[in-house]
Design a protein around this ligand. Structure first.
Ligand SMILES: [Zn+2]
Length: 417
């Protein structure tokens, strides 16, 4: 995404945040539309004001030039214990404004209470819910044994490389002394709430098929196109099998199978020239529960069957087999799930079908759950007319008002005392 766009969206995101609060929580009117400074500055200024209102310290870490992570901290009564992190990303994806019913950055609420805005599901709602829940808990005079850190990161939507991926390698991240993290999830159209405990591994692969060149009028042997066809057939036959597996199993979701999509084909120079090479690229997403080494062996075999000289390389290859424990014996999961049960929430555990910043946290060996409290809501992230109903939003604040005390009061674990 061009930087100009990026800046523009951050600025408008701040406006959206302001309006969400203005509309839903009734916290004063603000107008940032005419502010003339860089966008991340605007987002930071907003967060600084939130920290000031909460009476909590804010720390900024510039992980890459111009990419700042903000951390608001509520120190627990036993700060030596491992902390709870509430993560959210501050960026949003672009919009096709002509397809929106309302200005995507004005946070318009319709007669049904649906609030339209880019980021209303992904995940500015969660950012505000974290802040609002903490405001209420603090106002009620509560304090918990474990420290709570709110982390606000840039660049999630463009892969997290200049955001969370870099941050987890810095001493400032390790100083947070994290025990457990919450990050974004997805809406669920039913009454249930979806909770994500792992993510699929994206593999972006290009297969190179060399062949004998020649004149387009002959039956040239050993062509690149024949090999390309065999490669495509192998990948797409596997695709059909996985699709069948998903469609015939009651308990499978997208996160439980491997998706395969052919996304690019390259090769050829003229109609009458048989090319010396053709390339095909695939976007694969593999569940962390699969044997990734075995899967690569399968790809190797497909290439070999297509031709001895067929090779492949990866533009992206994640080998993350971590997933967060969701056994009742796990103290963090127990705190999360028993709280949900106590407030009559139905929780569905899934593997996230795409990728979020949680993967970087899990790769550090830390438990992370992806959760955005949005039930009875169609999944509209990155879509036109993204919205969230105000009742669902307000209920989400109450959910965090219960979850945060439970998580921040998890008794000391072995090794913590
Ligand atoms: Zn997101």
């Amino acid at each position: 995404m061009p930087t100009g766009y990026f800046s523009c969206f951050l600025q408008t995101l701040v406006i959206t945040n302001e309006k969400l609060i203005t509309i839903i929580c009734g916290i004063g009117e603000v107008n940032l539309r005419c502010v003339n400074h860089s966008l991340s500055d605007a987002a930071l200024r907003f967060l600084e004001r939130m920290a000031e209102e909460l009476g909590l310290p804010i720390k900024k870490v510039e992980v890459c030039p111009g990419r700042v992570i903000a951390i608001i901290t509520w120190v627990g009564s036993r700060p030596e214990l491992k902390s709870v992190v509430l993560n959210s990303h501050t960026d949003v994806v672009p919009v096709y404004e002509e397809h929106w019913k309302y200005d995507p950055f004005a946070a318009v609420k319709d007669a049904d209470g649906n609030i339209y805005g880019r980021g209303s599901q992904d995940m500015k709602c969660v950012t505000i819910q974290y802040i609002e829940a903490i405001r209420r808990l603090k106002t009620a005079g509560k304090r918990f044994s474990r420290t709570i850190h709110l982390t606000f990161v840039p660049d999630e939507e463009v892969g997290g490389h200049k955001g969370m991926e870099t941050f987890v390698k810095l001493p400032e991240f390790h100083k947070l002394n994290i025990g457990f993290a919450l990050d974004e999830g997805l809406a669920n159209p039913t009454n249930a709430y979806t909770v994500f405990y792992g993510e699929r591994n994206p593999w972006w692969i290009t297969v190179h098929c060399p062949g004998s060149p020649g004149h387009g009028s002959r039956f040239v042997e050993n062509t690149a196109a024949e090999k390309l066809r065999r490669v495509i057939n192998s990948f797409l036959e596997f695709r059909e099998k996985e699709k069948h597996r998903l469609n015939t199993s009651e308990c499978f979701t997208l996160g439980d199978v491997t998706t395969v999509n052919m996304t690019m084909v390259k090769g050829g120079v003229a109609y009458n020239v048989v090319p010396a090479e053709m390339d095909v690229s695939f976007d694969l997403r593999i569940p962390p529960t699969d044997n990734l080494q075995e899967f690569e062996e399968k790809i190797k075999a497909w290439c070999k069957e297509a031709g001895e000289d067929v090779t492949y390389d990866f533009a992206q290859k994640h080998m993350d087999q971590n997933f967060t424990c969701t056994e009742e014996s796990d103290p963090w999961w127990h705190a999360f799930s028993s709280t949900c049960k106590a407030i009559n929430m139905t929780v569905k555990k899934e593997i996230f079908p795409a990728a979020t910043d949680s993967r970087f946290i899990r790769e550090e060996g830390l438990p992370a759950i992806g959760f955005s409290p949005m039930n009875l809501t169609p999944i509209l992230l990155h879509d036109h007319n993204e919205y969230l109903n105000e009742q669902v939003f307000l209920r989400g604040i109450q959910v965090y008002e219960r979850l945060l005390p439970a998580l921040a009061s998890v008794p000391p674990l072995s090794g913590e005392e």
